[in-house]
Design a protein around this ligand. Structure first.
Ligand SMILES: Cc1ncc(COP(=O)(O)O)c(C=O)c1O
Length: 344
């Protein structure tokens, strides 16, 4: 089966081999206080910083998921007021997390499939943290990062958190202007789920609240290339191997390849009578998640594709029956995208 699902998705090509070898090498039994583990975490942090051009002064922490990152960000940095740019279910999840933690969040919400009117965007003056979702996996809308950079430049004391769960490593983030960026590994890194990564600025690290995953605790251990708890050592090992492989290919080439695949899908939809994009405006349309309205409904189409060996995601939540979602991550081969489009 070829998994064009939006996550978990197609495994990155080296992953089955790396896991098999890790099992025979006993990686899963390595203690997280052992020198072997300390060297592994040190190497992974170094490799992630090289791949994504993360400043030396930023810290990288390992969590369990993207959802956990949302909770930890609010818990650590917000006393009362976070403001959320909500354009779909995952940005709304971030907002709900703040509510559930007893904060008083506000939001700017736009119609599904649309992006924000940046000129009229109002952020309340008491906002401590602005939360944005780079790539809304539910709608296939990608927000322009330069608009967030502008906000940071105009409000240097405002912390900004960015969800790049379904856009990393395509997301070319200028980390000097974003305080907390997070992703999980089951999408663009083509790995089994169960590992979240958060990249934190020195400015955000002035804040800390909570227990073992307070920023103070995470930083205290990260400085020793360790984690407070027993981490997902296998995931950390596999991510290091995937990142090393991506470094060999080069991030420019990886990003270009994603754009090529995405452009193919866009050209197909443009010439098709049966499919239209939920995100009408090509300027805010995602390059990694393509949300298409299908004539005749999604479920029979998905069943037909499965018989051909391709799995795509259905639309999210209320869009389940009318939409499909197709991912273009680094693990998706161009020739398989072409084959999928033939079947569509
Ligand atoms: C944009 C976005 N944010 C957050 C999440 C949650 O990530 P996780 O499933 O790793 O908790 C997802 C998962 O699909 C997502 O697409």
């Amino acid at each position: 089966m070829h998994y064009f699902t939006v996550g978990p998705s197609q495994l990155y090509p080296i992953v089955p081999r790396v896991i098999k070898k890790a099992l025979s090498d006993g990686i899963t039994s390595v203690s997280h206080r052992d020198e072997v583990y300390i060297t592994l975490q040190k190497e992974l942090v170094h490799n992630l910083k090289s791949l994504l051009t993360i400043p030396k002064s930023y810290s990288i922490f390992f969590l369990s998921s993207g959802t956990e990152a949302m909770e930890r960000i609010i818990q650590n940095t917000v006393t009362s007021h976070s403001h959320h740019l909500v354009n779909g279910s995952f940005s709304d999840r971030f907002y709900q997390t703040a509510l559930e933690l007893g904060k008083s969040p506000t939001k700017t919400e736009v119609t599904i499939g649309e992006s924000f009117d940046w000129n009229s965007l109002h952020i309340p003056s008491n906002t401590e943290l602005l939360c944005a979702t780079h790539n809304e996996t539910s709608t296939g809308v990608m927000i322009p990062l330069n608009k967030l950079y502008q906000l940071k430049m105009n409000n240097p004391n405002l912390l900004i958190a960015l969800d790049t769960v379904s856009s990393m490593p395509y997301a070319d983030v200028d980390f000097s202007k974003i305080d907390m960026t997070f992703f999980s590994v089951q999408k663009g890194f083509g790995m089994p789920a169960g590992l979240g990564v958060i990249i934190v600025s020195p400015q955000a690290l002035k804040y800390s609240s909570g227990s073992y995953h307070s920023f103070n605790s995470l930083k205290q251990y990260a400085d020793k290339n360790q984690t407070p708890e027993t981490p997902n050592v296998l995931g950390i090992h596999v991510l290091n191997e995937v990142v090393k492989d991506m470094l060999k290919e080069g991030i420019t080439s990886i990003r270009h390849d994603i754009e090529t695949k995405s452009d193919l899908i866009a050209a197909f939809v443009k010439s098709s009578q049966s499919y239209t994009f939920l995100a009408q405006d090509p300027l805010v349309r995602s390059k990694t998640i393509h949300v298409l309205k299908t004539r005749g409904g999604s479920s029979s189409l998905i069943r037909r594709l499965v018989k051909k060996g391709f799995l795509v995601s259905s639309g999210y939540s209320s869009m389940k029956n009318d939409y499909i979602r197709i991912a273009t991550f680094p693990s998706h081969e161009l020739k398989m995208v072409k084959k999928l489009l033939q079947h569509l």
